[in-house]
Write a protein that binds this ligand. Structure first.
Ligand SMILES: *Cc1c(COP(=O)(O)O)cnc(C)c1O
Length: 381
């Protein structure tokens, strides 16, 4: 029987647990409620301080940041851009905005991120044909870094610039270094369900001051320095509002606590399911520390006794939101004709993978409710 009387548990709702309200009202009272303003500058400075990156541009979304990053690398019609196959559509959409074609590369089992071997094969083959991709969009999936040393080495040897899509990975590290710092440019998202949120927003970061300055220029309608409105290039309206930056500052100050709480939630799930056959977790690769944005499980029906969709529906019937793992880009109707390398691993992860509620605001009781339903689905032994 659906227990709709119980409050709904969402996958990853916003968790406002810091000084967001005070900072927001401060921005409000200062009348800086437009794009730009002191909160935006402070938010950018604080992201730099947190990640050690040189420069940052606060934007209206992570997607906008990806779009500008690829635009600044000169991606255009007729170009190819390598992209992680297992990701959210925004990673690939940004490539399509510029008239370029994404080339999807399958995941490795170890981290579910782009497979460094397949990436090397892809670039090697393209180099032999004399037609290298213009860039590579490398995603850090579910808050865990891709194998950036190997990926970076391969891309450098072929002269292909990397844009790191760290939209899901703020607060994670790879060999001690923060996510978002492994390409010429990195991208964070502050969408409503990410580890920190501005309701909607994103950031483009780089150690190259010129790139970040140019991103800010393009994001404010490419206004030439003149007293009148003058434009020599096509611009975009992509800057973050000062109000939302205030929210972001409150959230960012709590990032360590948020990562710690999500790691704790992941641990609770792991202990609750330790004895269940046919249920594994997204592996934590030895090369980094994830931010545990979402806890993701893989369900093998032959052992578990139910498939991931049956588990998802059982949770939904109890008013609990769980979601299948991202549907790989090569399976998306809109990208079906795009070139790709591999795809069997991402297809398998999609078929068996389920993202569990992971919000930092969940109570111990909420997690028990979820765990009990999942345990109840298990018919295996
Ligand atoms: C959320 C997300 C984005 C897009 O960020 P928005 O701020 O929602 O535009 C891009 N890539 C990945 C992998 C994401 O999860």
């Amino acid at each position: 029987m659906p227990s709709m009387d119980k409050k709904r548990i969402y996958l990853s709702p916003p968790h406002l647990d810091g000084a967001e309200r005070e900072l927001l009202l401060q921005a409000f009272d200062s009348n800086w409620i437009t794009t730009l303003g002191p909160q935006v500058n402070e938010f950018e400075r604080e992201i730099c301080a947190r990640t050690g990156v040189g420069y940052a541009a606060a934007l209206s979304s992570g997607t906008a940041a990806l779009h500008l990053a690829l635009l600044m690398l000169g991606v255009g019609p007729g170009d190819e851009v390598v992209c992680s196959d297992l990701t959210f559509s925004a990673s690939a959409n940004a490539i399509a905005y510029l008239g370029a074609a994404p080339v999807f590369v399958d995941s490795e089992r170890k981290s579910w991120n782009i497979d460094p071997e397949l990436l090397a094969e892809e670039l090697g083959e393209k180099a032999r044909k004399g037609r290298l991709p213009k860039a590579a969009v490398i995603v850090d999936l579910y808050g865990q870094c891709a194998d950036h040393d190997r990926i970076g080495e391969t891309c450098r040897s072929f002269g292909v610039p990397v844009v790191e899509d760290a939209a899901e990975a703020l607060g994670a590290t790879y060999r001690g270094r923060p996510a978002g710092r492994f390409g010429v440019m990195g991208v964070y998202s502050f969408n409503g369900n990410k580890i920190i949120t501005t309701s909607g927003g994103g950031m483009l970061v780089s150690d190259d001051e010129g790139l970040v300055r140019r991103a800010k220029f393009l994001a404010t309608q490419a206004r030439d320095p003149a007293p009148h409105y003058q434009h020599s290039e096509i611009g975009y309206n992509y800057r973050l509002s000062n109000l939302l930056a205030a929210l972001g500052r409150g959230q960012l100050a709590r990032l360590d606590a948020k990562v710690a709480r999500r790691k704790e939630i992941n641990g609770i799930y792991r202990r609750a399911f330790a004895d269940l056959p046919g249920l594994e977790f997204l592996p934590a690769a030895d090369f980094g520390a994830p931010n545990y944005w979402l806890t993701v499980v893989l369900i093998t029906p032959a052992l578990f006794g139910a498939d991931r969709e049956a588990v998802r529906l059982a949770l939904e019937a109890a008013n609990i939101e769980a979601r299948p793992v991202w549907k790989p880009m090569h399976m998306q109707p809109v990208f079906r004709s795009c070139p790709r390398r591999g795809g069997a691993v991402s297809e398998d992860l999609f078929a068996r993978g389920l993202c569990l509620p992971s919000g930092g605001g969940m109570s111990g009781e909420d997690i028990e409710r979820i765990a009990a339903i999942i345990r109840g689905c298990c018919q295996g032994r």
